[in-house]
Design a protein around this ligand. Structure first.
Ligand SMILES: *Cc1c(COP(=O)(O)O)cnc(C)c1O
Length: 400
């Protein structure tokens, strides 16, 4: 068999890493898991990641929009799915008919759910969100009692079951930030108001990845883990080493290698000028593929087992790296970021180089890159391409 053609640029997503991370987080937190797969699974592929999360025992999936929830249903997912971001006129009918848990922030949203229930003849599952201090979505504490009251009335009338009460933290990645204590306190008060009104939710939840790991008191009945499920650190430098494994590797194929003399200006604007004779490598990805232009002159990639700094500006389709006199063959593997094993660059490294967070790096990368899902337990292609991750640690059978 001839070897598989190597794409110009590729995102390789290891679903075994996702399963590993979901299991690890579930064990660590000791409560139900909601794997958050919005925004195309943070760029990892929503449907594939959702399937891996279910295999790892995640009873819930979380998405932002109704469309995302419906896409999960269309792909055959039948488990619990919560969505939490709508605009007036969104397809609540379809969400209700598809057995999706919807979130209401306001009386107006409850009214839309009620209209959908009347049209479809199907009772809904509704969760209520309280704004405990993020000042984004959710009912303010002032509006909460009325929302709770209306939800209870609708529940008694048989329109829906109120399945959850929840909120979202503003600074969970800064465990000492006073907003954490304050929001948790406001959340507990909101729960008390709801319980007094007769609501008996299945799940009360507050924690995203950082809080799930760093703030046991915020775990309640369920944790909503996005970024950590993909193996990235939600609170860089603050998290204990849980053994999370980054699931995404962004790689490219080296296009060209050339010699340049001292004084050569590199890429648009000549923002880097060679201070010595060196060799340069042409990497055929750029901001048209979601590579952050703000990482110009700052990020590095791995070629031939060594870190190679990006020189000059990241262009639309390509970038240039300093090979420092080495001459790897065109066609060689270039890892932009991956697991970080063997000192290779990670999405976190790119985030720091680009002045952003790893969430944005993985969610935005893609563009024309091919996305391939592999399973390091099953797929030897990954072993040869990305060097084996088939350590016992990642073998599902090896985990209790
Ligand atoms: C995106 C999101 C999450 C997941 O956050 P991470 O920091 O990625 O774990 C959890 N809850 C809500 C409401 C979100 O919007």
């Amino acid at each position: 068999m001839s070897p598989l053609p190597v794409p110009r640029a590729e995102l390789v997503v290891d679903l075994a890493a996702v399963r590993h991370n979901v299991r690890l987080l579930t064990e660590h937190c000791g409560v139900a898991m909601m794997t958050v797969v919005k925004a195309d699974g943070y760029g990892h592929g929503m449907v594939e990641v959702a399937r891996a999360a279910r295999e790892a025992g995640s009873p819930w999936l979380g998405v932002a929009t109704i469309d995302e929830a419906l896409a999960l249903r269309a792909a055959g997912d039948t488990g619990r799915v919560l969505c939490w971001l709508t605009v007036p006129g969104d397809p609540y009918d379809r969400a209700v008919a598809a057995d999706v848990d919807v979130t209401a922030y306001s009386l107006a949203e409850l009214a839309e759910v009620e209209a959908a229930v009347r049209r479809t003849g199907t009772p809904a599952r509704v969760q209520l969100k309280v704004d405990t201090g993020l000042s984004r979505g959710g009912a303010t504490p002032a509006d909460w009692p009325a929302l709770v009251e209306a939800a209870r009335v609708g529940e008694v009338a048989g329109h829906w079951r109120v399945t959850g009460l929840w909120s979202h933290l503003a600074a969970s990645d800064e465990p000492d930030h006073p907003a954490n204590d304050s929001q948790e306190q406001v959340f507990r008060e909101a729960l008390a108001v709801a319980e007094e009104a007769g609501l008996t939710p299945e799940v009360r939840h507050l924690a995203n990845s950082a809080a799930a790991v760093l703030r046991p008191s915020a775990r309640f009945d369920l944790v909503r883990c996005g970024i950590a499920s993909y193996g990235l650190d939600p609170a860089p430098g603050r998290l204990p080493d849980l053994g999370l494994v980054p699931a995404m590797t962004a790689r490219a194929t080296l296009a060209m290698v050339k010699d340049v003399p001292a004084g050569a200006g590199v890429s648009y604007g000549h923002t880097w000028v060679a201070d010595r004779a060196t060799t340069l490598g042409l990497v055929p990805v750029g901001y048209g593929d979601g590579v952050p232009r703000s990482a110009s002159n700052a990020a590095s990639v791995a070629v031939g087992g060594r870190r190679r700094p990006v020189r000059g500006r990241v262009c639309m389709d390509q970038l240039v790296v300093d090979l420092d006199g080495d001459r790897p063959e065109p066609g060689s593997d270039v890892v932009l970021f991956g697991t970080g094993r063997d000192g290779g660059p990670t999405a976190q490294d790119w985030a720091e180089a680009a002045g952003t967070i790893s969430y944005e790096v993985v969610t935005r990368i893609g563009g024309r890159m091919v996305r391939t899902h592999v399973d390091s337990r099953l797929d030897s292609r990954l072993d040869s391409r990305l060097d084996s991750r088939l350590d016992g640690e990642l073998d599902d059978g090896a985990r209790p």
